[in-house]
Design a protein around this ligand. Structure first.
Ligand code: URA
Length: 448
C-alpha cells in the first residue's frame, strides 16, 4: 500500500511517497505470514536511508525472531542487504579466491595461520575481518598487537596483496552491506541477535558482497559459541550454505567444537604467538587440525583439491610462514618484533589431583575479556598482552596445586573479576572417573 511515512529532514516540505507502509510490513510478519520480495526490498532500503525508524525495525526484527522466515524470505532479505552497498569484484585476479568465516569462538586464532597457508597453494584469500565485542576476540585486535601492523587498506592495496603474497587480512570497509551494519547494531540492543534467518543473512550478505569465489563457514557449537547445540548449529549452517550457493559462491560448512577454548592461549598477542608456533610446524593439535581441515576444504572448493597431508606439509616446510612474513611486512608490521606482554601475572591452580574433565569456553572467554583482552563497547581500547594461557586441556591429568591458567593483565585489579568468571569453569575428577575424558574431535560434521 503506497504511503507517505518518510521521516522529514529539517526544512523538508513534503515526505517521499513510499511504496509500502512499515506498519503493514510489521503486521504481516507479526501474524506469521510471508513477506513478499517487494516488501523486503523496500523495508531494507527504507531502513538504510532512514525512512523506516529504529522502533519499526525493532518490531519487525522481533516478529522475525518469534516467527522466523522462509527460505525465500531469507534469500530476499540477504539480496536486499547486499544491494544496500557496494560489491567487491576479484574477477580480474589470475588466481581463484577462497575465504573462511567463523561464527566466533574463544581462542579462535585460526584465520592467522589459515590465510597464508591457503595462499601458499595459489588460492587468493580476501579475509575481511572485524574487531571483537564481548567474550570472543577479533582477528584485527590480535594482529594489531604486532608492532606497526595496520588494518585499514584501500581497494588497490588489497588487490596488490591478493596478487602477491596471495592473502590479505584487513578491516572491512563501511561500504559493504551498510544495511547490516545498522541492523546488527539494532539487534544487539533489542534482544534479536539469536534468530537463525537474521544471523545467516547478516553473515552471508557481507561475505557475498566481499566477492569471494569460494567460502568455508566454521560454525561453532558449544558454550563459547552463538549456537549451543548441534541441531541449531546445523540449521544455521544449512541456511548459510543455501544462501551462498544461491548467490553463486561455492560454499560449505564445518561444524566445530567450542565447548572448550581452541588451543592453549586466549588473548591478542598470546594468540599471535601461538599462531606463529603453528606456522613454524608446531602448536597445539586442535589448532593445527582445524587449520588443516579448513584449508583443505577451502582448496577443494576453489578447485585445488590437495588433501590434508599436502596442507600439513606446507606448515612443516615453512611455505605458509614465508607468506605470513610478507603479509605482515606489507601492512607495516615487523614479523620479528617482540610481541607485547602484560605487566602483571597471577595463576589459577588445580584444587585436587585428577583429570581435567571440563574447561568451559564461555567462562574462559569472559575471563579474558575481564582481564582487558576484549571490549564492552566498540570504542573501548584493548590490552595487547592481556588474556590467559591454558596449561592443562580437557582429558589431561593434573596434580593439586599445579598451574592450570596463568592470567595476564596490565591491571592487577582485574584478576578478581576474572577469577570469579572461572569459579565453576574448571571441573577436575579423580583419575578413575575421568578415564574416558579423551579429547573430542574438533570437526563434528560437514555440511556441503
Ligand atoms: N555475526 C554477524 O556478522 N551477524 C550476526 O547476526 C551474528 C554474528
Amino acid at each position: 500500500m503506497p504511503n507517505t511515512t518518510g521521516q522529514q529532514a529539517p526544512g523538508q516540505q513534503a515526505a517521499t511517497l513510499e511504496a509500502f507502509d512499515a506498519v503493514d510490513v510489521i503486521r504481516t510478519k507479526r501474524d506469521d505470514s510471508e513477506l513478499s520480495t517487494e516488501q523486503i526490498d523496500w523495508v531494507i532500503d527504507a531502513y538504510t536511508r532512514g525512512a523506516v525508524g529504529d522502533e519499526q525495525m525493532s518490531a519487525l526484527a522481533m516478529a522475525i525472531y518469534l516467527n522466523g522466515m522462509t527460505a525465500d524470505e531469507t534469500a530476499a532479505w540477504t539480496r536486499a542487504m547486499i544491494a544496500s552497498g557496494e560489491r567487491m569484484d576479484f574477477s580480474g585476479l589470475d588466481q581463484p579466491t577462497a575465504d573462511k568465516h567463523s561464527t566466533g569462538g574463544v581462542g579462535d586464532k585460526i584465520t592467522l595461520p589459515l590465510a597464508p597457508l591457503v595462499a601458499a597453494f595459489g588460492v587468493a584469500v580476501p579475509q575481511l575481518s572485524g574487531r571483537g565485542l564481548g567474550h570472543t576476540g577479533g582477528t584485527l585486535d590480535k594482529l594489531e598487537s604486532i608492532p606497526g601492523w595496520r588494518a585499514d587498506l584501500d581497494a588497490e592495496e588489497m588487490l596488490a596483496m591478493l596478487r602477491d603474497p596471495g592473502a590479505v587480512i584487513c578491516a572491512a570497509g563501511a561500504g559493504l552491506a551498510p544495511a547490516d551494519k545498522k541492523l546488527y547494531a539494532l539487534r544487539d540492543i533489542t534482544g534479536t541477535v539469536e534468530a537463525i534467518p537474521l544471523i545467516a543473512s547478516s553473515i552471508m550478505s557481507k561475505k557475498i558482497a566481499e566477492g569471494t569465489g569460494a567460502l568455508v563457514l566454521d560454525v561453532k557449537v558449544g558454550s563459547g559459541a552463538f549456537m549451543k547445540d548441534l541441531a541449531s548449529a546445523r540449521s544455521l549452517a544449512q541456511t548459510m550454505v543455501a544462501l551462498g550457493r544461491e548467490a553463486g559462491v561455492e560454499t560449505s560448512a564445518l561444524l566445530t567444537d567450542m565447548s572448550t577454548p581452541l588451543g592453549r592461549t586466549v588473548g591478542n598477542a598470546l594468540e599471535v604467538r601461538e599462531s606463529l608456533e603453528v606456522l613454524a610446524g608446531g602448536g597445539p593439535a586442535d589448532v593445527v587440525d582445524l587449520t588443516v581441515a579448513l584449508a583443505a576444504e577451502m582448496l577443494r572448493l576453489a578447485g585445488r583439491d590437495t588433501g590434508e597431508d599436502a596442507v600439513r606439509d606446507a606448515l612443516q616446510d615453512g611455505r605458509a610462514m614465508d607468506v605470513w612474513r610478507t603479509m605482515i611486512e606489507r601492512q607495516g608490521g615487523d614479523p620479528d618484533a617482540d610481541l607485547p606482554q602484560a605487566t602483571e601475572t597471577e595463576t589459577v591452580t588445580a584444587e585436587s589431583d585428577g583429570v581435567l574433565m571440563e574447561l568451559d569456553a564461555l567462562a574462559v572467554g569472559t575471563a579474558s575479556w575481564r582481564l582487558g583482552a576484549g571490549r564492552a563497547r566498540k570504542e573501548d581500547a584493548v590490552q595487547a598482552g592481556a588474556g590467559l594461557e591454558i596449561h592443562v586441556k580437557p582429558g589431561e591429568a593434573v596434580r593439586a596445586g599445579q598451574p592450570i591458567l596463568p592470567l595476564h593483565s596490565d591491571d592487577s585489579a582485574r584478576f578478581g573479576r576474572a577469577r570469579e568468571s572461572l569459579a565453576s569453569a574448571i571441573v577436575v575428577e579423580p583419575a578413575a572417573e575421568g578415564a574416558d575424558a579423551a579429547a573430542e574431535p574438533i570437526v563434528l560434521d560437514r555440511i556441503s
